[in-house]
Design a protein around this ligand. Structure first.
Ligand code: PAF
Length: 276
């Protein structure tokens, strides 16, 4: 496995490779990331994983400085799953001068997670575009836990005619259902015990909808109140069309319920898809 730190090294490595799979990450890898690698490996000859905590997708007061950086452990995990190369650039390698050119996603960027994380999706889409230009992958895998990010990346690739197939991979979960996330490490022991409740609520909503309840506003309000009175601070809990990410209408057949909620200081996100 090659550990590459510069764009030049990556380009030299890339030269004689044909079909490349790519998994962009911010490191602190867990099984969810490794599932993305496994999916990319199924479909390609070589998989590149990038590890880069991208400053321009963090807002003021967010956890850019404290975001866990665990490069040595990450590399061990990636050697075990057999990736061909890891691209781990310094910030100054990707941003040698201030970034003045951005990918501007659609207005969906201001909703859901974007309502509280100003500039987040613009920053994420911009760095993914830069990484795509550097790695020039044929396919790229993203986790469905970040459903809105996956949606925005697919829109970017379609709108900008990028010759890259984007693959959404199912959310990796702990045995108790909690969606795997690098930020789970911020949870206290008590919060970690409580955290799976978010997914349980999503499953209950899914069940109710599958059984025919289509009063989404009412059921989401009730679920929000339940969480808010049981130690959570819900940022949003919404039903959307999985196809457009616009608010769900009764005639929509493929829905996604998306949630962001805080337990103490930790912000967790999760979602569940429903096909009617
Ligand atoms: O999902 C992430 O880890 C990041 O948003 C990504 C796609 C690696 C871009 O920095």
């Amino acid at each position: 496995m090659q550990l590459l730190h510069t764009i030049k090294e990556l380009r030299i490595w890339r030269k004689d490779k044909d079909f490349i799979g790519f998994v962009p990450t911010m490191g602190n890898l867990h099984n969810g990331h490794l599932q993305l690698v496994k999916e990319a490996k199924k479909q390609t000859d070589h998989v590149v994983v990038s590890i880069f905590v991208n400053p321009i997708q963090f807002g003021v007061g967010e956890d850019f400085e404290s975001y866990p950086r665990t490069l040595d452990q990450d590399i061990e995990k990636l050697v075990d799953v057999g990736v061909s190369a890891v691209f781990a650039p310094e910030v100054k390698e990707l941003y040698p001068t201030p970034q003045v050119t951005f990918v501007e996603p659609s207005d969906i960027q201001y909703q859901l997670c974007g309502a509280s994380r100003q500039g987040h999706f613009r920053g994420a889409a911009t760095v993914v575009n830069k990484l795509f230009n550097i790695v020039q992958p044929n396919i790229a895998c993203f986790g469905k836990k970040d459903f809105q990010q996956l949606f925005i990346i697919k829109e970017m690739v379609n709108n900008l005619n990028m010759p890259i197939k984007i693959i959404g991979v199912e959310t990796g979960r702990a045995n108790d259902g909690l969606a795997l996330s690098s930020r789970n490490g911020y949870l206290s022991d008590a919060e970690r015990l409580q955290a799976p409740e978010l997914y349980k609520i999503l499953q209950q909503l899914q069940q109710a909808i599958l059984e025919g309840d289509n009063n989404y506003t009412n059921m989401l309000n009730q679920a929000t109140t339940h969480l808010n009175t049981h130690g959570w601070q819900v940022e949003y809990l919404e039903a959307r069309s999985a196809k457009t990410l616009l608010p769900a209408q009764v005639e929509d057949k493929h829905l996604v319920i998306l949630a962001a909620a805080r337990l103490g200081k930790t912000r967790l996100i999760d979602n569940i898809e429903i096909t009617l």
